[in-house]
Design a protein around this ligand. Structure first.
Ligand code: ADP
Ligand code: ZN
Ligand code: ZN
Length: 802
């Protein structure tokens, strides 16, 4: 008898453990740990993960597994363990943790198909099932009682293949290839026989004399500068033939990657890389913090560390923030490691993601470059994990399981006995503090390559501009500088920390601000359709003509959005050719890349955008970076606001003068004296670190204290207040006296989607019982959560405090 322990896809507390199922005799040996199965659960069938296989069960009446969903395990033993750890660390359900590790496609509903790659070599029974067809559905296979064991064997032999079909879209893409249909000497003869005016046909045939292999039709057309009709003609003559091949969708197929070789390392790169190499060689699970200024050559250090790992036959994971996962960044890895690289980020379609994941799963690649979830890449022999821009908050998942990729990386680093490298020009305060205490191995690269100087930063006080009578959003200084650059045919990057046409609408008469009735935040005016929209929920209303409060017609929009800046710029600078990049212009797939391309090719001379242009971009011709309104960020209700401002200003400044031409940065602000602005303008991370640490110490924030944020939400405000109060009380009673419990307080955004939100925060140094206490509190409210629309979220390392 074989019994499978299965974690089922029924996301409730009561079902948050494994259930025993009998493995039917015909599936013994086929079902393995880490595969997904379909099992009966109550009256339904649900999906589940096999987390273990054992010889017996303490229960007597076991139900049988109904179906195997995978032919090979989708989760390795390591990932099964990791998922368990993840769920426990974040107080999530096991099923949530396992789901988080897999690509979307494997979570969604999909169909399976079996394709026969050969008929002759298949056993009779399968031949009969296929009945001359190349593809049959998996359902049919099941209905007609197909033999699993046989199928599995034939899969291993490479005679059949299983395809996952998502939402009726094929996950496998077909591409036409052209190849010679005759021996080469016959092709040569055919060339002699061609008439004089069949020049194009001649070119195509000659192509195959030189490259006697099948070639993608598109590539052939390009190489011979001809059209499909030429090829059709040759196919008709029987000289060429067309075959459809299945290929992985390649999101970067239109780009050609020249291979690059490792660069001779600079002295500081050499010093930084030695300890990493040593850890790779000795297989030590050490965490490094690579603090290197922008342009110090961190990426080259990553590349050559990976090189070492590949030489050892091991694999590498590289995490890059979603927003910085630009083609430029990907290109550097593809150029170095070519086909060994898989790329995972959210701009890929589900099918593309699945293809990339499959390459990892099948060990067809050795390097994965991706956003947060790529940390779960199912490699089995990892030699290094790199997290670039480690301070980025996008490494934290803001839904269950609320994990931080850095912590998962450390956990995997221990399992694989390999180094974890965290890299940044502006490390998270917590990370730098750990490095200072030798918890992490600190590697410093204070100089830019070729000793290029950082571009000088000038701070312009906007209050003075106002006093001088300048009511526009551009200071005289900035405007003059832009004009100067454009005249020299150089390029400008303008950064704005906002989105939309403008921010809020206010009455000049009575000061009333138009807010969302559900979310209590100011509505945003969108000029294109004359609407006021809420950016947290779907609420929208037409722009009003008069104030609802006092009926005055002096109602105006205030604040600045990218679209408004764009219009204002075009008015004052007629030569401006602007590329605007924000959430609105980059929504469509590929838009991001297209816009950057437009700027790169110098079709435009000003790149105007939000956060998304702050990172990773590298343009030779950019000599001026302007920051329009830094104050919005400084004043967010978040204890990291200063740190985030410092990081952002540093990063934005790094966009200027990265190459031959000298660069300059101009920051416009209403709070010139703020230390994070002043120190960012001096590129003084060390001083900023000390000053900010002091603040954190005084106000009991990380890294001196840990934080846990508990959020409660419910449609009824009284209910929320009552529950949050009770939670605070329970925490107060059961945690040690060293812990501080803040709240209950209303969240900074008190209402989202008609739900009231309250929170309480725990500040603590050491609370070994915390997880257990919180788990008990959640259990206590279990009924309310299940039945009465109560939500309680617990975040053990909060980055979003809104
Ligand atoms: P960072 O990642 O720290 O911002 P980069 O890796 O982008 O820095 O390096 C900045 C520039 O210096 C890039 O153009 C890169 O190609 C170049 N570079 C890096 N290392 C070397 C080296 N050892 N020799 C020559 N050029 C280098
Ligand atoms: Zn709203
Ligand atoms: Zn009014």
């Amino acid at each position: 008898m074989q019994v499978a322990k299965v974690v089922v896809d029924v996301p409730t507390n009561q079902t948050n453990h494994s259930f025993d199922y009998l493995v039917p005799p015909e599936m013994v040996g086929l079902i393995k740990k880490g595969m997904r199965v379909s099992v009966p659960f109550g009256p339904r069938k649900v999906m589940g993960f096999v987390v273990n296989l054992v010889a017996e069960s303490e229960f007597d009446k076991l139900r049988k597994i109904s179906q195997v969903m995978d032919m090979t395990p989708v989760l390795t033993d390591e990932l099964l363990e990791l998922g368990k750890w993840l769920a426990e660390e974040t107080i999530s359900l096991y099923i949530q943790a396992y789901q988080a590790m897999l690509p979307q496609v494997l979570k969604a509903k999909y169909k399976k198909e079996i394709e026969a790659l050969t008929f002759e070599e298949l056993p009779k029974s399968l031949q009969k099932l296929f009945d001359g067809r190349t593809v049959i559905s998996f359902d049919e296979f099941l209905q007609r009682n197909g033999n699993y064991r046989e199928l599995h064997k034939e899969m291993k032999n490479g005679h059949v293949q299983i395809h996952y079909i998502v939402q009726s879209k094929e996950t496998i893409k077909k591409v036409s290839f052209i190849e010679p249909n005759k021996e080469l000497y016959l092709i040569e003869e055919a060339i002699q026989d061609l008439s004089k005016n069949a020049q194009k046909q001649r070119l195509v045939l000659e192509y195959f004399l030189k490259n006697n292999e099948s070639v993608e039709q598109g590539d052939l057309l390009r190489a011979c500068e001809t059209t499909t009709s030429t090829i059709q003609a040759l196919i008709k003559k029987g000289l060429l033939k067309k075959i459809e091949k299945k290929v992985y969708r390649n999101p970067y197929q239109n780009r050609e990657f020249k291979r690059t070789k490792p660069l001779p390392l600079s002295d500081q790169q050499q010093v930084a890389i030695e300890p990493i190499w040593k850890a790779i060689e000795k297989e030590q699970s050490e965490v490094f913090l690579l603090h290197g200024v922008t342009g110090s050559g961190k990426t080259e250090v990553y590349l050559q560390s990976i090189e070492k790992v590949l030489q050892k036959g091991q694999e590498a994971i590289v995490l890059v923030p979603e927003i910085a996962l630009t083609p430029q960044m990907v290109q550097r890895f593809k150029e170095r490691f070519g086909g060994e690289v898989a790329v995972l980020h959210s701009a890929l379609s589900p099918g593309e993601k699945f293809d990339e994941w499959t390459k990892i799963h099948k060990r067809e690649v050795k390097v994965v470059v991706g956003a947060r979830s790529a940390i779960f890449a199912p490699f089995e022999n990892i030699g290094i994990i790199i997290i670039d821009e480690e301070h980025e908050t996008s490494y934290k998942q803001e839904e269950q399981p609320r994990y931080h990729a850095r912590e998962v990386a450390k956990q995997r680093g221990i399992y694989h006995q390999c180094p974890v490298v965290l890299g940044s020009a502006t490390p998270l305060l917590e990370s730098y503090a750990r490095a200072k205490k030798n918890v992490y191995h600190l590697l410093e690269m204070p100089d830019r390559m070729n000793n290029q100087v950082m571009p000088p930063v000038e701070i312009v006080d906007m209050r003075e501009e106002l006093h001088a009578g300048n009511r526009t959003m551009f200071s005289k200084r900035l405007l003059g500088a832009i004009e100067e650059r454009l005249a020299k045919k150089e390029q400008v990057v303008l950064f704005l920390n906002r989105r939309g046409y403008s921010t809020f609408v206010m009455c000049r008469e009575c000061g009333d601000v138009v807010k969302c009735p559900h979310c209590d935040i100011a509505l945003t005016y969108h000029k294109s359709n004359h609407l006021l929209k809420c950016h947290y929920c779907d609420y929208q209303i037409p722009m009003m003509q008069e104030c609802e409060n006092c009926q005055s017609d002096q109602i105006r929009y205030f604040g600045t959005g990218t679209q408004k800046v764009e219009e204002a710029l075009m008015q004052v600078i007629p030569d401006a050719k602007i590329v605007r990049m924000d959430v609105d212009t980059t929504r469509r797939k590929g838009a991001h890349e297209r816009l950057l391309q437009k700027f790169q090719s110098k079709e435009a001379n000003i790149l105007l955008g939000t956060q998304m242009i702050a990172k990773g971009l590298d343009f030779e011709n950019v000599t001026l970076v302007g920051v329009l309104a830094v104050d919005a960020m400084l004043n967010l209700p978040d204890f990291r606001a200063s740190e985030k401002t410092f990081q952002l200003l540093t990063q934005v400044s790094g966009r200027a003068g990265r190459h031959q031409l000298p660069g300059e940065v101009i920051i416009q602000t209403y709070s010139k004296e703020h230390y994070s602005i002043e120190l960012a303008s001096q590129y003084n991370y060390t001083q900023f670190f000390l000053q900010e640490m002091n603040m954190r110490k005084n106000f009991h924030y990380p890294p001196y204290y840990f934080l846990t944020l508990i959020n409660v939400s419910h449609p009824n405000q009284l209910k929320v207040m009552e529950v949050t109060k009770m939670i605070s009380k329970l925490l107060y009673k059961h945690l040690t006296n060293d812990a501080t419990i803040l709240g209950p307080t209303p969240s900074p955004i008190i209402r989202i989607n008609n739900r009231y939100r309250y929170q309480c925060m725990i500040k603590y140094k050491n609370e070994p019982m915390q997880h257990e206490i919180i788990r008990k509190i959640l259990d206590y409210y279990y009924e309310d959560i299940q039945k009465n629309d109560l939500t309680i979220t617990v975040d053990f390392e909060p980055y979003q405090l809104m």
